[in-house]
Design a protein around this ligand. Sequence first.
Ligand code: HEM
Length: 242
Amino acid sequence: MAVMTIAAPSPHRARARWSWAWITFSAVAVAAYFVGHYAEGSLQSLARSHAGLAATYAVRPWPIQVAFYFHIVFAGIALALGPWQFAQRIRDRHIGIHRAIGRAYLLAVLIGGIAALIMSPFDSIGMGGFFGFAALAVLWVWTGWRAYRAVRGGDIASHQAWMIRCFALTYAGVTLRLEFGVLTLVQLPFVHAHTDISALTANAYAPLPFLCWLPNLVIAEFIIRHRGLPALHLSATQPAAA
Ligand code: HEM
């Protein structure tokens, strides 16, 4: 009698599935919570209840307020859509869905990124925030553009590598909020009766315009190398052809 055995997934595959599940859950949760937050009222009413950054943008000129709303809606869409592009099952069985989500994702990156670039000189923390967020916005749109160009040229390996970089930058929307929580918590042991709580949160926020995305890009490059995809080379000389 023939015995059918079902192979258990390798530890590597199981780890990859758990990582994907965590990234998808955290991305969708952050997109839903933070975008939903700003749908609860006007910027003025949210500013009165000290919600998020409403107080900063409620006093900005109207074109900046429009950019703010465009940013949170389209960046939220990119964050919620991005993880599905890495689901191999969708790529293998429903390539039409992969293409449709991919187009919507890249359009959301383009609009969310341009809006972020317009807002960044008016951000809540001045020059440091401007440089960090503006660099992120430019790299975000550029990596999305490279991913699009690669797939149009039929270079699937480069497309995958650029999509990993692009989504690592999109995921800054999650890492910023996690890092903000951690950097606020680590200061708590030093809190005393006269501690100014707004100084404490300002301390936690100050490094985030860079810290929310630079580590993500480094991790993305490790993943790209690990998967044997075309990695970035820092040397001026090209590696010899095999
Ligand atoms: C990856 C490129 C991104 C750039 C360049 C960027 C840029 C910015 C900038 C400059 C601000 C204002 C910060 C300040 O005034 O201190 C901001 C706020 C915001 N961004 Fe993004 N962002 C990006 C990704 C995302 C993603 C993926 C989401 C999805 C949830 C998102 C949602 C928001 C929200 C909700 C705010 C309002 C602040 C808050 O309440 O936390 N951003 N972003």
